[in-house]
Ligand binder design. Structure first.
Ligand code: PMP
Length: 377
């Protein structure tokens, strides 16, 4: 029995073309981009070409792309680097990833004031929240583009327009959006935007923060002049080259990948409804990316189901890998006010363009068997 991987929202395998683009930069072209000699110049050219390509693909200027070790760093940096050291006012969505939610909590412990937006049952931030009209001034609002547990696309541009002039900075976590749907940094109107290569078949350990020109963002690290001193540290050239290649491929194939994955999600849900019903899809399916779907199986405990599925050869998750290990129900689903039986039986399945139809059909069968065993047991 082969294991079926349906956890691509957690991480994705490197594509062969990406590995090939990275290969020369491990050993042959190993120079440090800060060195003035030929080795260094070759490495610098690769880094700057990658920066330009990523900027062009995401609607930014090249000097607005700052490489980081991933999105956890990029989110921490944006939140801690944008907010003044004296008491500030922060606005955060209740749907955020821990790498946003926890730095925000950290700032509130240091005296900043926090307003948490409301979420709707459908998994959106609630634009009907009267707070949005009554707010006078805030320093930072942070809202993700696509939720990592439900796939629901958030109305970030609408929120930015609504609060413009009253909120100084906006941060968008675009980790689950980049490479899957169109993302244009300048059109969104945010100040900073985070992304991570391993979510779109690039290497792990590399991401970026896009930072609007002229933004007074405090560096998180000190001790070097790399990346204009904004993010010092020797640039990991192979990873940077890999991220650019993976994004280029994702953008080139965006529409065909989306269409294939949408077919997979439809097929998977059809089979689940027929064989593992009753099921409940959490979050508004019509306004979600098709790459991930959150399904509750009333009558089953999510953690037991997950363990059974692992034994049955289906790799999936109950939520964010970064909060797994926690026995508490997902804060995201809780913010959506789901009833207890849906909250506790929720599983996230996520797909990629490399997933096949027979895989999702077989996975649905294995899920149905596990669900039946738990419901009767
Ligand atoms: N934000 C979101 C929405 C995510 O899904 C993730 C990955 N789980 C992160 C941030 C963290 O990204 P990284 O793994 O690059 O640190």
């Amino acid at each position: 029995m082969t294991t079926i991987y349906l956890d691509y929202a957690s991480t994705t395998p490197l594509l062969p073309e990406v590995a090939e683009a990275m290969r020369p930069f491990w050993a042959e072209n190993f120079g440090n981009p800060a060195s003035a000699h030929q080795f260094g110049r070759k490495a610098r050219r690769a880094v700057e070409d990658a920066r330009e390509l990523i900027a062009q693909l995401l609607g930014a200027y090249p000097d607005e792309v700052i490489f980081t070790s991933g999105a956890t760093e990029a989110n921490n940096w944006a939140i801690q680097g944008l907010v003044p050291h004296s008491a500030g006012v922060l606005i955060v969505s209740p749907l955020e990833h821990p790498s946003v939610a926890e730095p925000v909590q950290y700032l509130t412990r240091r005296g900043h004031r926090l307003h948490q937006l409301r979420a709707t049952r459908e998994g959106f931030i609630d634009l009907a929240d009267p707070f949005l009209d009554s707010l006078l001034k805030a320093d930072l609002a942070t809202v993700m583009l696509v939720n990592n547990e439900t796939g629901v696309v958030q109305p970030v541009r609408e929120l930015v327009r609504r609060l413009e002039g009253r909120v100084r900075f906006f941060h968008g976590d675009a980790v689950q959006a980049v490479g899957k749907m169109p993302v244009h940094f300048h059109d969104l109107g945010v100040t900073t935007l985070s992304l991570s290569a391993h979510k779109f078949h690039g290497p792990r350990g590399i991401g970026a923060l896009l930072v609007r020109r002229g933004t007074p963002l405090q560096p998180l690290f000190l001790g070097g002049h790399q990346q204009m001193g904004k993010r010092p540290g020797t640039e990991p050239v192979p990873l940077i080259v890999g991220m650019a290649k993976a994004l280029e491929l994702a953008e080139k194939q965006r529409e065909s990948r989306w269409a294939h994955v949408l077919d997979l999600r439809t097929l998977f849900l059809k089979h689940l409804e027929k064989q593992a019903g009753p099921i409940h899809v959490n979050g508004c399916l019509e306004n979600s990316i098709p790459y991930l779907v959150n399904v509750s199986f009333p009558g089953c405990a999510g953690d037991l189901l997950l363990a059974r599925l692992d034994l049955a050869g289906v790799a999936c998750s109950t939520g964010s890998a970064c909060s797994s290990g926690s026995l508490l129900p997902s804060p995201v689903l809780r913010a959506m006010n789901l009833p207890d039986d849906l909250l506790k039986s929720a599983i996230r399945f996520s797909f990629s363009h490399v997933t096949s139809e027979p895989e999702v059909v077989a996975a649905a069968e294995r899920v149905a068997e596990a669900v039946a065993a738990l419901r009767t047991g």
